[in-house]
Ligand binder design. Structure first.
Ligand code: S3P
Length: 427
């Protein structure tokens, strides 16, 4: 069990770890391209290392110099046969994007993952890839890992999204990139567009027309160099700290501000909050500084398409809602049930244990301002990094009364989270 000293407020500037989604894509396209790709400031975490290891396994040379990955590849056509099972560990992004990369391959590959990943749905990528001719077989109605990808004759076509997921879109585009002709993916709602940005950066022939994204097959891509901005999803925990601890004033430097990721900022602004944004560059992947001072979150309802652009930040909104002036209702967020844990159920049971009033819906929850806490409440991470981080914030709010179980899962996206928040603590 881990316990924490109660904090008063958090003040200062911080840089958060680099963006997880962008690091995955940089490794993937750097491996698919020919030449030497330099990825400056990559995220070093168990998730991104799962992607790195997978490509090393297929003969790509990746030098991990901690603050830089140097990727040397002869291009996707020269990938070596994966002679053993590829373990994607806890990473849904690794699995689903790799399914797209590997489905047109001439080799058979087998993907699996940890106890959480093997319970997450993979039918969402298997189905569209199969519509493009892929031959993929998976456990229980072709939905769960391990999955085996067999060689097949794939073809370019149009795919309409059935689930709002950037991972599914990316899988289709990464397969399409290797096929003759043009592959089009039609999204219902615009999801994070890092794959599109990265494909353009690597010189792919990509067209975006509203919600339709088309990519043409290419024989080769050329290597690139770039710097990965901070992860907005990690920065979001500092927004929660500022909203929860009176007197706080926090600036997060050089954080990714791609609009398809910052739905939380849009929602908080619509709920009356003031957040200063200093945009530094909005070319390849927009980034800048965000500054937030303590203010009280007003209640309200958060639903609709915006949820797709803040899906990973719902735990942050939920923990902030415990300290708002009125209840906050979150709907249209059923996808939370198939993340690293069932995040709706995890949040509801932890908040109940804490003494909060909270209603659970199939697609969300309604959180009431916290009136009194159960001393000695035990908060569980469910081995989910985003749940562990909001639990740590609650533990800092209420001190040693709150007991936490494991925090190893922080390694998935933000290994230094505790050290970093403590560095901003003012006594
Ligand atoms: C991600 C997309 C999102 C997100 C995940 C990372 C990505 O998942 O929740 O943490 O890098 O493409 P979905 O595509 O399943 O919505």
């Amino acid at each position: 069990m881990i316990t924490f000293e109660k904090a008063v407020k958090f003040i200062g500037e911080i840089e958060v770890p680099s963006d997880k989604s962008i690091t995955h894509r940089a490794l993937i396209l750097g491996s698919m391209a020919e030449g030497v790709t330099l990825i400056n400031k990559p995220l070093l975490s168990t998730d991104t290392l799962a992607t790195l290891n997978a490509f090393e396994f297929m003969g790509v040379d990746v030098m991990n110099e901690i603050t830089r990955f140097t990727v040397r590849s002869d291009g996707y056509k020269k990938f070596k046969e994966p002679l053993n099972v590829i373990n994607c560990m806890n990473s849904g992004t690794t699995t689903r994007l790799l399914a797209g990369v590997l489905s047109p391959s001439k080799y058979t590959s087998i993907l699996t993952g940890d106890a959480s990943l093997i319970k997450r749905p993979m039918g969402r990528v298997i189905k569209p890839l199969s519509m493009m001719g892929a031959d993929i077989r998976a456990r229980v109605d072709n939905n769960f890992l391990p999955m085996t990808i067999h060689p097949s004759k794939m073809f370019s076509t149009k795919i309409e999204s059935e689930v709002n997921s950037a991972q599914v879109k990316s899988a289709v585009l990464l397969a399409g990139l290797q096929l003759e002709g043009e592959t089009t993916y039609i999204e219902k709602v615009v999801t994070r567009d890092h794959t599109e940005n990265m494909l353009k950066r690597f010189g792919a022939d990509l067209k975006v027309d509203g919600n339709d994204i088309s990519v043409k097959g290419v024989d080769s891509l050329s290597a690139q160099s770039f710097t990965v901005p901070g992860d907005f999803s990690s920065a979001a925990y500092y927004i929660a700290l500022a909203l929860i601890f009176e007197g706080s004033d926090i600036t997060v430097k050089d954080v990714g501000l791609n609009k398809t990721r910052t739905g939380l900022l849009t929602v908080l602004k619509s709920l009356g909050l003031v957040i200063d944004i200093d945009m530094k560059d909005d070319a390849f992947e927009p980034y800048g500084d965000i500054r937030i001072k303590h203010q009280k979150l007003k209640g309200g309802s958060v639903t609709g398409d915006i949820i797709a652009n803040m899906i990973d930040e719902i735990p942050v909104l939920a923990v902030s809602a415990l300290f708002s002036e009125a209840p906050v209702e979150i709907r249209n967020a059923k996808e939370l049930r198939v993340k690293e844990s069932d995040r709706i159920s995890a949040i509801v049971s932890n908040f109940k244990a804490l003494g909060a009033k909270i209603e659970e819906f199939d697609d969300g929850m309604k959180i009431y301002p916290l009136e009194k806490i159960n001393k000695g409440a035990k908060l569980k991470s469910y081995h989910d990094h985003r749940i562990a981080m909001i639990n740590i914030i609650l533990a800092k709010k209420f001190g040693i009364d709150i007991l936490l179980d494991d925090i190893d899962c922080l390694n998935v996206s933000y290994p230094e989270f505790i050290v970093d928040i403590i560095s901003l603590e003012e006594v």
